[in-house]
Write a protein that binds this ligand. Structure first.
Ligand code: 5GP
Length: 116
């Protein structure tokens, strides 16, 4: 597995770059997206160095899903619908721009995201 220790989210994890942190535990962190699709757009990342979901350990996957569930519930409550969209891209070919695994938690609907 290749992993670039100098990617932006690795720097955020090391405290070398600022972020608006909304949650942290031993295995994960959540913070606001710097260029949000809409208000409330939050990113959830594992602390384990993994570029894609396929690179992540089963323990890391369990931890990141647990935190994503927590953040999705918080976003849903704070933004009050119509729903919460989760997405997660694996590899540059899929459109992933930051090579550290992250889940997008976005209040709204797929139709809203597809609007030009
Ligand atoms: P991707 O396209 O890889 O799925 O999503 C990367 C996300 O990271 C984008 O939504 C982008 O706005 C966000 N992002 C890129 N650089 C930074 C940064 O320095 N800080 C934060 N908080 N988000 C970032």
């Amino acid at each position: 597995m290749s992993y670039d220790n100098n990617n932006i989210f690795a720097k955020i994890l090391r405290g070398e770059l600022p972020c608006i942190k909304v949650y942290e535990d031993d295995h994960t962190m959540a913070f606001m997206d710097i260029m949000p699709q809409c208000d409330g757009h939050t990113l959830v990342i594992p602390k384990e160095p993994a570029e894609t979901l396929m690179d992540l350990s089963d323990e890391g996957a369990a931890a990141v899903i647990k935190t994503t569930k927590k953040i999705a519930a918080a976003v849903d409550k704070a933004m009050q619908g119509p729903g919460v969209v989760l997405f997660q891209l694996n590899g540059a070919g899929a459109g992933q721009t930051v090579p550290h695994l992250h889940f997008h938690v976005i209040p709204g609907s797929l139709a809203m995201l597809r609007q030009p």
